[in-house]
Design a protein around this ligand. Structure first.
Ligand SMILES: [Zn+2]
Length: 369
């Protein structure tokens, strides 16, 4: 059994205002020709602002619209186009699927990759993982990459301009990171690269939690106005870097396993990843039987920052026992991260924790903490 611990991370994480207009500065380290895959909504802006930086630097860039789904076909199309232009580097600008397409294209073409997220809603930018889908939108496979992205550029101007709901979802995902890493550390479980959780991983996860607790609320208010403040910047460091790297090195546990189970509930399909993770976290805290103060700190934060607290808040109109028994069963599936909990957990335990977590959430909903 491998007992070695790990910290894995992008080579560079850069955060600041207006990074888009400086794109060439970051890519030129790796070569003269960049192949840039962009989400449609930002394509023209990237061509204009990013393109000017390539012109100024005497380098070349091709800007291509992302097809909408990270499929093998989509990746193969970009591989061919990147080969045709003899690209030195792949750049992805957009949401998680666009970034995964850029990571995968770069991996197959053995080229460096620059990741430029336009929303701060998940851990996708920093991790060495891509999720590949079938053309009908169903899940195909995970692509485990041998290394993390070469550069992640967090442009606070763009990230703070995205809808607040995405920003909050990122905070929700980041809120769980510490509790999952702590559970995984206690159980000496496996982190996301299937090594043991390192002290550094746990430390990054802890800083992630402290940062969102301290700055998340005021950051969300600033983002509502489309403004970048120091609190917004710190929160983005937490949601994009600390949460991703902290989870990869520190490991996940019940919160994400329950999230994965919740994907089986049709009524929750429109719910953001991080919003479901928040409910998964409540259920994890019930399973762990944490001190009341800790539970109340988390609940108070969820309410103040404006994330959904109860299943009803998530949009569930009817709690069907059979559906949630299935969620509990899926959450305990072989190989999912429930195995990182410091105590044995059965589907029955998970179901009980889900029902109790929702009752607790409803109880606290109208109580001032
Ligand atoms: Zn997550």
């Amino acid at each position: 059994m491998n007992t070695a611990k790990s910290v894995t991370s992008p080579r560079k994480f850069i955060i600041g205002k207006g990074l888009l207009s400086d794109l060439n500065t970051y890519t030129s380290v790796y070569g003269k020709k960049a192949y840039v895959i962009c989400d449609e909504f930002i394509l023209e802006r990237v061509k204009e602002e990013g393109g000017a930086s390539f012109d100024k630097g005497g380098n070349e860039a091709t800007f291509v619209k992302f097809g909408g789904e990270c499929t093998q076909e989509e990746i193969d199309t970009h591989r061919k186009a990147a080969t045709d232009m003899k690209a030195d580097i792949i750049v992805g600008v957009g949401g998680g699927k666009t970034l995964d397409t850029a990571k995968s294209t770069a991996y197959f073409e053995k080229l460096p990759v620059v990741i430029f997220p336009t929303i701060a809603s998940t851990d996708a930018p920093c991790t060495a993982l891509a999720v590949i889908y079938n053309t009908d939108g169903s899940f195909d496979r995970y692509l485990f990459l041998p290394s993390n992205p070469d550069i992640v550029l967090a442009d606070t101007t763009i990230l703070a301009g995205a809808p607040k709901r995405f920003f909050l979802a990122g905070i929700g995902d980041a809120l769980a990171t510490y509790f999952e890493a702590r559970a995984c550390y206690r159980s000496n479980g496996d982190n996301l690269v299937l090594m043991k959780p390192s002290w550094t991983g746990l430390g990054l996860a802890k800083l992630c939690y402290e940062t969102v607790l301290q700055y998340g609320e005021q950051a969300a208010l600033a983002v509502e106005q489309g403004m970048v403040t120091p609190a917004v910047e710190k929160t983005i460091e937490a949601t994009i870097y600390l949460s991703g790297v902290g989870a990869e090195a520190g490991g996940l546990a019940a919160a994400h396993a329950i999230h994965n189970g919740m994907t089986a509930v049709p009524e929750l399909h429109g719910v953001q990843h991080g919003e479901k993770v928040v409910f998964g976290l409540l259920a994890q805290l019930v399973l762990e039987d944490v001190p009341k103060e800790e539970l109340e700190t988390v609940i108070s934060f969820i309410k103040k920052v404006g994330l959904p607290l109860t299943l009803k808040d998530l949009g569930l109109t009817e709690f069907k026992e059979s559906e949630w028994r299935q969620v509990a069963k899926d959450a305990c599936a072989e190989g999912d991260t429930m195995g990182n909990m410091p105590l044995p957990v059965t589907p029955e335990d998970v179901y009980n924790a889900i029902v109790a977590a929702d009752a607790i959430a409803n109880h606290y909903k109208n109580i001032d903490l």
